[in-house]
Design a protein around this ligand. Structure first.
Ligand SMILES: *[C@@H]1O[C@H](CO)[C@@H](O)[C@H](O)[C@H]1NC(C)=O
Ligand SMILES: *[C@@H]1O[C@H](CO)[C@@H](O)[C@H](O)[C@H]1NC(C)=O
Ligand SMILES: *[C@@H]1O[C@H](CO)[C@@H](O)[C@H](O)[C@H]1NC(C)=O
Ligand SMILES: *[C@@H]1O[C@H](CO)[C@@H](O)[C@H](O)[C@H]1NC(C)=O
Ligand SMILES: *[C@@H]1O[C@H](CO)[C@@H](O)[C@H](O)[C@H]1NC(C)=O
Ligand SMILES: *[C@@H]1O[C@H](CO)[C@@H](O)[C@H](O)[C@H]1NC(C)=O
Ligand SMILES: *[C@@H]1O[C@H](CO)[C@@H](O)[C@H](O)[C@H]1NC(C)=O
Ligand SMILES: *[C@@H]1O[C@H](CO)[C@@H](O)[C@H](O)[C@H]1NC(C)=O
Ligand SMILES: *[C@@H]1O[C@H](CO)[C@@H](O)[C@H](O)[C@H]1NC(C)=O
Ligand SMILES: *[C@@H]1O[C@H](CO)[C@@H](O)[C@H](O)[C@H]1NC(C)=O
Ligand SMILES: *[C@@H]1O[C@H](CO)[C@@H](O)[C@H](O)[C@H]1NC(C)=O
Ligand SMILES: *[C@@H]1O[C@H](CO)[C@@H](O)[C@H](O)[C@H]1NC(C)=O
Length: 765
């Protein structure tokens, strides 16, 4: 049925399925009897993997199902959307139009047709026109969702029949869920879904059969054993009509007792339970659907869980927070979730439910804020700092800027345009270009007095606006900026648990050109706040410039943190011994740990272990919740990313704009379980996804980033304050010059790295 090349590849699947460091353990962490659930049965909710791990691999492909089985709860249910071929075979394809998830539209033998589907004339490629053999020998599965990666489309994943799916997943005890979206349509083509599911049930255990057509489920009711197969009525949008009853789903919802006469459960879009305001994207109060359904004895399954879509702002882009709202809200729990990312559903249920923010810490990784909780509130405001503290941050960060009148204060950038409304204020005339600081125009803090800066409105940072992902607009222009002294006063109340990191950049420019000594201002403010006294809370001083840290080394006993702001592939020994002269720890970027090409990790460097073996702690930035900020390897899951950096790279601290996520991570129940660690809390084998790609679709191999050298670390000492009055460069001079960095620019020329190609080829052929 498959050509031999495809078969060979399938054999090698076994090898690239070992994406996770350890294979699925025999003993799952699930099943501890200590917690009770508000599900109908009292058991933990089920995870139903829609088309397998369809968030990563083509929907309904063998590899997607295997990855789901391997990375989810041991009792994960595999979901198949059944379509029927001309010769009455049932195949798993997510949509009645085959071009939605296969390459059939590009195969010349096949022609598009137009049929009535639920009364709507619909053009496309339909399985009723082809035999199984015709489909299997010409058509393969591809990614149907344009927002997901299409790099697996060349890997010839065959269409699976229901029987083949079961056969391949057989050693695994997982359950099977058949969704029959269209019985009426297939009946119009003389194909019987009923006969198909009955014949399948004779040979395999089908745990659930769902359909949005009540007539179909009624016709099955007397024919399946309820103890073996449960029937589930699927609700679609409320104004849509069930073609088997001619009633809208909205009206069917009004009588759950009547649903109970032919089904034991319902499957509803998640908004039926937690509605979202369509314009503000805020979560509305929950409906009473789950408790109403439980009252009449119906199980409730919720659909449309995906890590890679915008979810309500109330969840701060954290899909685990969303799951917890459905399964652990103190009032009710759904009985199962239908997910494209079953790993995330599994960890939510097994690792994160029923723990509070005060559960014991399982790992000691430091959590360092990035401008406070700037994922939730405007950066460096009282609001973002307050949230970071209540979210459990260990180290609160203040990037120090100087006002014209010499007041040190906290702001994410020396350029006010980046985080305030200054461009819309009367100060917009102060715009100028200072190539030593940044390319392009800016309005700089040292040109405004503190009282004027204080009057500006703080703006939300939106680092992922290019992907149309915005942070909660409700908090735009909310909050107050703090002087360094206010900041220290704020943190002092929490000194037993909280440290601070003071970040100093542009010190040389400020001294030379603006007659402002940011280092003296910081030393002075810390001292006045008593932070230089014995027993004072821990203070860290961070800079990309060694001369700043050396100055602090002379003066006080703070932890000195050297930030390497370029992507580096390592550090030469002499650079490390040089860094040790002035720093106790370093900050590196994520891509310096796991180099990346087009959002696929392509390996790992030794940089963390190298610094650590020289007694330098390693903190990594920036960990965010938005899925576009994570490499594909981390499955669009912020917890998988943090977990891999912590357990595989063994970093000492995460720098994050969503401290709540990092804090939740380190308190989850699935850490420190040794051999019993479930697969969903294992670090991923970084780079493993490349092995499932056809080599023509591999992301470009990058030249390894050069290591940090001693020259890049060494800097002349800070200059004295200027003898001449501060003068400003004329707008536009030296335009195009780049601000200096501590390491040379990354080489981005693409070429095929021969070892990578050989490695991948050895897996594929
Ligand atoms: C949990 O309860 C079941 C029966 O309800 C029992 O068989 C099992 O041993 C219990 N497990 C633990 C860890 O207590
Ligand atoms: C497949 O269907 C989904 C859901 O209707 C849609 O978002 C997607 O664009 C479709 N893809 C293709 C290739 O038709
Ligand atoms: C279905 O079968 C009936 C009678 O057996 C026949 O009249 C009809 O044309 C068939 N319809 C299709 C779409 O094949
Ligand atoms: C179906 O499940 C039952 C019990 O759960 C098991 O005994 C039986 O072997 C299964 N049948 C098949 C075909 O897997
Ligand atoms: C639904 O409506 C269609 C067209 O109005 C009709 O042909 C069909 O018999 C109706 N079905 C039911 C179950 O009422
Ligand atoms: C709901 O359905 C049940 C069973 O079909 C029926 O007995 C009852 O009258 C219905 N209730 C309403 C309010 O329509
Ligand atoms: C969601 O967030 C908005 C804005 O903060 C708030 O008004 C609303 O009450 C929240 N919704 C829920 C269900 O908590
Ligand atoms: C829980 O349910 C009770 C009544 O059943 C209701 O008063 C309460 O507001 C609910 N709490 C939450 C958090 O939904
Ligand atoms: C420090 O904060 C306290 C309240 O937390 C306040 O009473 C005090 O005035 C503040 N001191 C300064 C110098 O801002
Ligand atoms: C690191 O620190 C430990 C203890 O403080 C010390 O024993 C060790 O020699 C140090 N290693 C290096 C490479 O400095
Ligand atoms: C670091 O500071 C020195 C002054 O101490 C300055 O000359 C140098 O340009 C700075 N380096 C960078 C990369 O900004
Ligand atoms: C530079 O600042 C100091 C105070 O920090 C001041 O005494 C001095 O007059 C200033 N120099 C010039 C040239 O403005």
């Amino acid at each position: 049925m498959w050509n031999s090349r495809a078969l060979l590849r399938l054999l090698s699947l076994l090898r690239y399925l070992l994406l996770f460091h350890s294979v699925l353990p025999l003993v799952s962490a699930q099943g501890s009897n200590t917690t009770s659930w508000n599900t109908l049965s009292g058991s933990p909710p089920l995870v139903i993997a829609r088309g397998g791990f369809s968030g990563i691999y083509p929907d309904s492909s063998d590899i997607a199902y295997s990855l789901a089985a391997q990375t989810s709860l041991a009792n994960v249910i595999l979901w198949c959307d059944v379509q029927l071929t001309k010769d009455r075979e049932g195949i798993c394809i997510p949509d009645i139009k085959l071009e939605n998830a296969t390459d059939i539209g590009h195969v010349s033998e096949f022609k598009s047709k137009t049929y009535s589907v639920n009364g709507v004339q619909t053009s496309g490629y339909f399985s009723v026109d082809y035999t199984l053999k015709e489909l299997l020998s010409n058509v393969v599965l591809i990614q149907g969702d344009y927002t997901r990666t299409n790099r697996f489309d060349g890997s010839d994943f065959p269409i699976l029949t229901v029987n083949e799916l079961v056969r391949r997943e057989t050693p695994n005890p997982s359950g099977l869920w058949l969704n029959i979206q269209h019985d009426v349509f297939y009946a119009q083509h003389n194909l019987s879904m009923k006969n198909f599911v009955l014949s399948v049930s004779r040979t395999v255990n089908v745990s659930y059969i769902s359909s949005p057509e009540a007539g179909f489920l009624r016709s099955l009711r007397a024919l399946v054993k309820p103890s073996k197969t449960k029937l589930v009525f699927r609700f679609l949008e409320k104004d849509k009509v069930d073609p088997s009853t001619n009633q809208t789903y909205g009206s069917l919802l009004k009588n759950l007792t009547s649903i109970k006469t032919f089904a034991s459960g319902i499957l509803v879009p998640k908004e039926y339970i937690w509605p979202v305001d369509p314009t503000s994207l805020y979560l509305l109060p929950h409906t009473s659907l789950v408790s109403d359904a439980h009252k009449v004895g119906l199980e409730v399954f919720a659909s449309d869980f995906m890590n890679d879509i915008s979810i309500s702002y109330n969840y701060s882009y954290d899909p685990v927070a969303e799951y917890l709202n459905f399964i652990d809200n103190g009032n009710f729990s759904v009985d199962g979730v239908l997910s494209d990312f079953p790993l995330t559903s599994s960890e939510a249920i097994d690792c994160f439910a029923h723990i509070g923010l005060n559960a014991p810490k399982q790992v000691n990784t430091l959590i360092i804020s990035k401008y406070g909780a700037s994922g939730d509130y405007p950066p460096c405001t009282d609001l973002s700092y307050g949230k970071a503290i209540s979210d459990g941050v260990d180290v609160l960060d203040c990037p120090v800027q100087m006002s014209k009148d010499g007041i040190p204060f906290c702001l994410s950038s020396i350029d006010l345009i980046e985080s305030t409304n200054v461009a819309q204020s009367s100060f917009s005339r102060l715009g100028k270009t200072i190539p030593e600081i940044k390319s392009g125009n800016g309005i700089f803090t040292f040109d405004l007095a503190w009282n004027d800066i204080k009057s500006l409105s703080p703006l939300m940072l939106n680092p992922h606006s290019m992907n149309n992902l915005y942070r909660n607009p409700e908090y735009n222009k909310k909050g107050q900026y703090l002087t360094l002294s206010d900041f220290l006063n704020l943190t002092k109340a929490h000194t037993s648990t909280l440290s601070v990191v003071i970040i100093i950049e542009n010190a040389a420019y400020l001294a030379r050109k603006q007659n402002l000594s940011v280092t003296d201002a910081v030393i002075d403010t810390l001292s006045r706040a008593g932070y230089d006294k014995p027993g004072a809370p821990k203070v860290m001083i961070q800079s990309t410039n060694s001369s700043v840290l050396l100055k602090f080394k002379e003066k006080a006993k703070y932890e000195l943190v050297y930030k390497i702001d370029e992507i580096v592939g390592g550090a030469v020994d002499s650079a490390i011994s040089n860094i040790k002269r002035f720093a106790h720890s370093v900050v590196v970027k994520k891509a310096s740990v796991y180099p990346v090409s087009e959002l696929f990790a392509i390996g790992s460097t030794k940089i963390v272990s190298k610094f650590k073996s020289s007694n330098l702690s390693v903190y990594v930035e920036t960990f965010s919740n938005e899925f576009v900020s994570q490499d594909w390897d981390f499955m669009s899951d912020a917890y998988v990313e943090i977990n891999t950096f912590v357990q595989d790279a063994e970093i000492d601290g995460v720098i994050t704009d969503f401290p709540k996520t990092a804090n939740r991570y380190r308190r989850n129940k699935c850490l420190n379980l040794g051999e019993k660690t479930p697969a969903y809390m294992e670090p991923v084998a970084v780079g493993g996804l490349l092995q499932a790609m056809d080599k023509s679709l591999l992301p470009p191999a990058m030249a390894p980033a050069p290591p940090l050298t001693e020259d890049e670390v060494t800097e002349p000492p800070l200059p004295p304050l200027s003898k001449i009055a501060p003068s400003s460069p004329i707008s536009g001079t030296q335009a195009g010059a780049q601000p200096p960095h501590n390491a040379q620019a990354q080489v981005t020329v693409c070429f095929f790295l021969s070892t990578l190609t050989v490695l991948v080829a050895s897996f594929l052929f």
